[in-house]
Design a binder for this molecule. Sequence first.
Ligand code: SAH
Length: 245
Amino acid sequence: MTGKLVIAGLGPGDDRLVTPEVTAALAAATDIVGYFPYVARVAPRAGLTLHPSDNRVELDRARAALDMAAAGRQVVVVSSGDPGVFAMASAVFEALEGRTDWQALDIRVLPGITAMLAAAAAAGAPLGHDFCCINLSDNLKPWAVIETRLRHAAKADLAMAFYNPRSASRPEGFARALDTLRQECGPDRLITFARAVSTPEERLLTVTLGEATPDMADMRTVVIVGNSATRRVGRWVYSPRSVVG
Ligand code: SAH
């Protein structure tokens, strides 16, 4: 049998937010590869081998998956949310560099609902105008790069979504990010903390930057900062479609 590698996004948590395309790929798989909490979301069955691994071995995990596909297996690499957003798709393509044998394989990326979109939907429409998305973890880039991007995004009056807001290796980073944002955006800007969206532990909190504290975020939280026009209506938060220039 010809091998195949699928890189699939499992969505933010709720099984109903897994796309039918991803469900079909999981049903056809012989092997599931990924970070162990994501692999745990795939039900075991006869003929399916689960290969859970730790978080910091993305490139090794990608190579192992490619090796199995090259050997004829039907491999699905799983990520949470979307596999192209701070997740495994980039690691797989990085592993393809210089490997023309692997480049000839049948490889597909199947999109998923990324955390910021599930969070924005739960909150209202805070990403309804122009926005950007920044990974606040400094595992793979220096803090100076994060800070420069934060300042530029704020100066451009973009709404912002932050993934990995509190890096385990440097928990003080998020406090610095909040200080930077208060300098650039002022204390009245709205900030939404969306934790474990679409799971039974979901929790949403919207405050102003002046009220925000670092402990409002953890690694299961995606944080959304509005633009200068983002406001509340009833219990929702939204960014209007137009901005006065
Ligand atoms: N590929 C994933 C992101 C992986 S990075 C995606 O597209 O969603 C991991 C970060 O995603 C977490 O630190 C958190 O910021 C965010 N995240 C993932 N699932 C989440 C959820 N259900 N609720 C809130 N944030 C989530």
